[in-house]
Design a protein around this ligand. Structure first.
Ligand SMILES: Cc1ncc(COP(=O)(O)O)c(C=O)c1O
Length: 406
């Protein structure tokens, strides 16, 4: 075995090759009113970390609990690390980069988690993966499932953006739209797994999702010349992506390849700020989320406790922005960066725009900062309604050109 599990709350270790989701003791207390307890952390064994440390260059496979024997079957990364010159100038941050995970195969960061869970399924001889999703995780699992021959059962809120739902249908998943919230879909998917079997891929509930997501940090380490950035701005809903980013850097640290964690900055909408409340006020209660940034609209963050702990351990902080600031940021990204980002992804940019003076006061203007662009704007073009219009067609005549004002 390359790993064992450890409960993120009581610390108990579990050495088993069987499928495990949560600490049986700590998760017993979960009643839906407070962030769940008992999520498991995957700890790599010493020899795995030593082998990674000895390599000239590392890849995510060196750190996966279930490595791939055929990574070209569904390549994860390396996604571009863009230096957005006009935005660097606008913010006065010369070492700002964007990590474009919108360029992964299904168009969002969620390919990273779905791939590692597919490898887990393969290793355990399981053909069926069950999950709940706000849309992107479902599309990612469905795409990986299509490429790797797995059955995907997907519970999504019926209100999810049509493109995300259609993507999953096109990839051939069994899509079950739910008349309810993402949190309702989450609970139903767990019931379904208990009733009908399969591996549940729910974010953070299955600890392998965090292990898949950590691949971004291994990539960043190599892309930045074998070092960590000073800070990473991450859009946050359930808190699984930010925990994955932290876990990747923690594994690199355990392997002796870096000596400190980057500051992790949790970026949320003021209309879905459960994890920010936990970071700022130790408030772990469920909220009623309403943000237009559907991918980060979460009442009860599935990985809220671990996310808040990791942000604090990194000496990071939380930033909240209004939905209007998120939507405005989408247009800054398109017009100054050439980047089409969905609202949740634009939240990370809106947050650094709001936070830049504070950031400079802590780390200085030359700090190396990475903003995660986690999902493509093509997934939700309706978000631009009323803010951008396609001009009326002109007659096919050179005379018409005289009327143009540009
Ligand atoms: C595009 C995008 N960004 C950010 C997030 C937030 O990730 P997490 O819920 O793990 O915090 C999601 C989650 O669905 C997402 O799809």
């Amino acid at each position: 075995m390359r790993f064992h599990y450890r409960c993120s709350d009581c610390g108990k270790e579990f050495h088993t090759e069987d499928l495990m989701y949560q600490c049986p003791e700590c998760s017993r207390e979960n009643d839906g009113s407070h962030f769940p307890k008992g999520n498991l952390i995957v700890e790599l064994e010493e020899d795995v970390l030593k082998a990674a440390a000895a390599k000239e260059h590392v890849t995510p496979d060196d750190f996966y609990p279930y490595p791939s024997d055929d990574k070209d079957a569904y390549p994860i990364g390396i996604t571009p690390l863009m230096k957005p010159r006009r935005i660097q100038e606008k913010l006065g941050l010369p070492n700002l980069s964007f990590k474009l995970d919108s360029q992964l195969i299904s168009g969002s960061f969620k390919d990273r988690a779905s791939y590692e869970v597919a490898l887990q399924a393969k290793a355990l001889g399981e053909k069926k993966i069950v999950l709940a999703s706000t849309g992107n995780a479902g599309a990612a699992a469905s795409a990986v499932g299509a490429a790797m021959g797995l059955d995907i059962i997907l519970f999504v809120p019926a209100t999810a953006p049509i493109n995300k739902l259609m993507q999953s249908v096109l990839y051939g998943a069994h899509v079950v739209p739910v008349k309810g919230s993402y949190d309702d879909a989450f609970a139903l998917s767990i019931e379904y797994t208990k009733m009908h079997g399969g591996i549940n891929r729910n974010t953070a509930y299955n600890p392998m999702t965090i292990e898949g997501k950590k691949s971004i940090s291994i990539e960043l380490f190599e892309q930045m010349g074998r070092k960590a950035p000073d800070a990473v701005y991450v859009p946050v809903g359930d808190g699984c992506i930010i925990a994955g980013v932290a876990k990747g850097f923690m594994d690199l640290m355990k392997a002796g390849l870096i000596d400190k964690l980057p500051r992790l900055i949790a970026c949320q909408s003021t209309a879905s700020d459960a994890i920010s409340r936990a970071i700022n006020n130790d408030d772990y209660r469920a909220i009623a989320a309403t943000t237009r940034a559907d991918s980060i609209s979460v009442d009860l963050p599935a990985n809220g406790r671990m996310a808040a702990d990791y942000v604090k351990a990194s000496e990071g902080w939380a930033v909240t922005v209004t939905d209007q600031e998120i939507l405005d940021s989408q247009l800054v990204l398109t017009r100054l960066g050439g980047i089409l980002a969905e609202p949740a992804a634009a939240c990370a940019y809106a947050s650094i725009e709001k936070d830049k003076d504070h950031l400079v006061s802590v780390l200085g203007k030359d700090a190396e900062i990475v903003v995660l662009i986690t999902g493509s704007g093509f997934k939700d073009m309706k978000a631009f309604d009323g803010r951008a219009e396609i001009p009326e067609a002109i007659e096919n005549s050179a005379e018409e050109l005289k009327k143009l004002k540009f």
